[in-house]
Design a protein around this ligand. Structure first.
Ligand code: AMP
Length: 274
């Protein structure tokens, strides 16, 4: 049974520091009003970890907009593979619909291809990957091979009861793809798309159904959450409170990332014979 409880942890806030002129200029350019320097976030290699629905995707998007580092979401890559009917997509679909993890071999194949693209050479945000120990170890080996270790892993702590409510109220327009929420007053009580001319009825994604959401949370607790300990042992883990308004969570995330020292490639170098 999934423990529906409030997960909280101490938040490693960056201590406010005096800003140099250059730092002030950087803040002005990025439109951020934070008490910590932000320049170091550009070019970072980051993993965002958290339960489904904890806001990793939304926060990744904000980092993309502000710092120009690409978001790599295995969920998005897999959904795109399913929509295009590729071999990976066909093999992944059943697991995705039932809320289970897709086989490591498929996910690793997809991630290896994506990390080899040019834009990933100057930092990236991994959203939804790794999701188990085998994936974390494979990622470490892949990155060690190119001398580009992770800088930080940020764990999003959230209230599970809130997640279940949020995801199970999510509805999608089958025509334009817009996402609405039945619990959001602005969506109105009629589950129809108000952006399309013929107002098609909204549909619920299979993996957003309440039973599936609970299964996804159970899988997260069993397979993914233990990675927090794995990354803490490597000194990479940072934890943030991901409940609350999106803007506030972004401020916490950026402050946390800004306090991370650059990764030391030598500490993660590939372990090959001399
Ligand atoms: P997400 O949008 O990240 O919640 O992912 C949607 C679904 O894609 C998950 O419920 C899994 O079935 C699958 N998936 C995404 N990322 C992974 C991963 N790293 N490993 C295995 N399955 C994944």
């Amino acid at each position: 049974m999934l423990p529906v409880q409030r997960r909280r942890a101490s938040i490693p806030w960056a201590r406010p520091r005096c800003l140099s002129v250059a730092q002030r200029q950087r803040e002005a350019c990025t439109g951020l009003t934070l008490k910590a320097p932000v320049g170091s976030v550009s070019g970072m290699r980051i993993v965002l970890m958290g339960a489904p629905g904890s806001g990793k995707g939304t926060q990744s998007q904000r980092l993309v907009e502000r710092f120009g580092i690409p978001q790599i979401s295995t969920g998005d890559l897999l959904r795109s593979a399913v929509a295009r009917g590729t071999e990976y997509g066909r093999r992944a679909k059943a697991a995705m619909d039932s809320g289970q993890l897709v086989a490591d071999e498929i996910v690793l194949g997809i991630i290896r291809e994506r990390l080899a693209e040019r834009d990933a050479a100057h930092g990236f945000i991994l959203d939804g990957f790794p999701r188990n120990l085998a994936q974390a170890q494979a990622l470490r080996t892949m990155l060690a091979g190119i001398g580009a270790p992770l800088d930080a892993v940020v764990l999003f702590e959230v209230d599970y009861a809130e997640i279940i409510k949020r995801i199970s109220g999510r509805r999608t327009c089958p025509q334009c793809g817009r996402v609405f929420n039945l619990h959001d007053a602005s969506s109105g009580s009629t589950p129809r798309c108000d952006h399309c001319d013929d107002h098609p009825p909204l549909v619920q994604r299979r993996d957003d159904e309440e039973g599936t959401v609970r299964r996804r949370l159970e899988v997260y607790e069993r397979e993914t959450r233990p990675l927090a300990q794995h990354y803490a042992a490597q000194g990479l883990l940072r934890t943030i409170d991901a409940d609350g308004p999106v803007e506030e969570v972004t401020a916490r995330l950026v402050a946390t990332l800004s306090s991370v020292p650059p990764a030391q490639p030598s500490a993660h170098a590939p372990q090959t014979a001399p």
